[in-house]
Design a protein around this ligand. Structure first.
Ligand SMILES: [Fe+2]
Length: 448
């Protein structure tokens, strides 16, 4: 396998790995989105007895000298004392409080007079324990619209509340108030300031029984999980970009290599044609042997580039015939001992010619050993079995098939069955048995 093919294989495997990791992270990301959605939808409640410290409620009287006063013109036959109460909601969570409301339960008789920013949902229970309620903006109301119990004391509205009654403060959602959302500590420790004016005889109203309902909000990119997915997607995108770039570069180089390989192969074809042309009966013999050799190599499971090497080496297996006289190569009658000895030299001469060729693996071995026999009775060195390079054993079978499948000066081509019988008869003696088996399969499959 050449370096470009090897690189493409690495890129392909890396891409599969990145895609597999991406699929896993994508599934985790979907789960993360679902969990963030649940997190954002969940209503949370804290009371004065809650141990939660993410969000804190503090209701306390405002301490200024003008923040409490006595009111005698109430029309209720009694003097009342007013006091301003601050209601502060502080968000110590790392995420936004994007929705909230505060319920204050009343434990003593008092009057709700005024409040700022949001609206007040006032709940009263009449003597028959029937609940009535109305939501009012205490800064901007009309007496004619009030449906719950109230007193008008001069310019002031007094909403009477007794134990069991309660009011719910809904913050102003306009951008101006800053009550919704309340920023978290990740940016600035945010808080919402609201408050009420309460009237009572004593002037001290207990507002410590409350419930704050709120929802936190975070984006999918927040927190350690959000950071994990941000980094993961960045790394995945970068990996795919790098792999894609390397792939495009390798494809470009592969095109150049292929072009060079085609030029090289054309040169080999010219060389083998020169050798084959000296024998009238061997025209295009080398090219056919090269094709059969490649098919056998593929059948044996060799890599594509190894099959190409087998093809190129087989093209040149008879290059040594260039040194054998045409008189001998074209002789129609039986060769003399001396002439046969001369023919046999084409293996050694061919290997000497190819000894400096480095671009095709085993090309010298192919030329030198393709007439060796599996049982060790071949030439030029009498090697046997695994001593004979695989490429030479492959070419030996391909070479024999082409010889039997074409007319020769001293005989006609053999029939299909005759060729199969010859291979079976010489399996393990002349030819490598495993290669014969492979080639018999090829003959059957390809109807050779
Ligand atoms: Fe040969």
């Amino acid at each position: 396998m050449n370096s470009v093919e090897h690189l493409k294989k690495i890129i392909r495997n890396c891409t599969y790995a990145v895609l597999a990791v991406t699929a896993v992270i994508f599934v985790l990301f979907i789960i993360h989105i679902i969990n963030v959605g649940k997190y954002n939808e969940e209503w949370r409640v804290i009371t004065p007895h809650s141990s939660a410290t993410q969000v804190i409620v503090d209701i306390h009287p405002r301490g200024g000298v003008t923040d409490s006063w006595e009111k005698v013109d109430t029309g209720l036959d009694t003097a009342l004392n007013a006091k301003i109460y601050e209601m502060v909601v502080t968000n110590n969570a790392h995420t936004y409080v994007d929705d909230w409301y505060l319920r204050v339960n009343i434990s003593e008789s008092c009057y709700l007079n005024n409040g700022w920013c949001g609206t007040f949902e006032v709940h009263q229970f009449d003597e028959s324990k029937n609940e009535v309620s109305q939501t009012l903006d205490l800064r901007n109301f009309s007496y004619s619209d009030i449906t719950i119990g109230y007193h008008q004391a001069g310019q002031d509205l007094l909403l009477p509340l007794v134990p069991g009654d309660y009011f719910i403060y809904h913050p102003d959602t306009s951008d101006v108030s800053g009550e919704v959302p309340i920023k978290g500590t990740q940016e600035l420790s945010g808080c919402a300031n609201c408050g009420v004016i309460m009237y009572s005889i004593s002037g001290d109203v207990n507002l410590s029984d409350y419930e704050l309902s709120y929802r936190l909000h975070k984006t999918i990119w927040e927190g350690s999980e959000g950071m994990f997915f941000t980094i993961s997607f960045f790394v995945i995108a970068l990996s795919l970009l790098i792999l894609g770039t390397i792939f495009l570069v390798s494809v470009r180089f592969e095109g150049r290599f292929r072009n060079q390989g085609n030029k090289l192969r054309d040169t080999f074809r010219i060389c083998c044609s020169i050798a084959d042309s000296r024998d009238y009966y061997s025209k295009e013999h080398s090219q056919r042997v090269a094709e059969y050799s490649r098919i056998i190599a593929e059948k044996l499971g060799l890599e594509k580039n190894d099959c190409d090497d087998v093809y190129n080496a087989a093209l040149l297996h008879n290059i040594g015939n260039a040194f054998v006289s045409e008189h001998i190569l074209r002789k129609n009658s039986k060769l003399t001992r001396e002439e046969y000895a001369e023919v046999k030299k084409h293996t050694v001469r061919g290997s000497e010619l190819l000894k400096d060729v480095t671009s095709i693996p085993y090309v010298r071995e192919a030329a030198l050993y393709h007439h060796e026999r599996f049982d060790g009775t071949g030439y030029p060195h009498g090697k046997k079995e695994d001593e004979i390079p695989l490429i030479a054993r492959i070419i030996a079978v391909a070479d024999a098939y082409d010889a039997m499948n074409n007319d020769r000066p001293f005989r006609s081509k053999l029939m299909h069955e005759q060729i199969r019988e010859e291979f079976i008869k010489n399996r393990g003696t002349q030819f490598d048995p495993s290669i014969v088996t492979a080639f018999l399969d090829i003959m059957g499959e390809r109807n050779l």
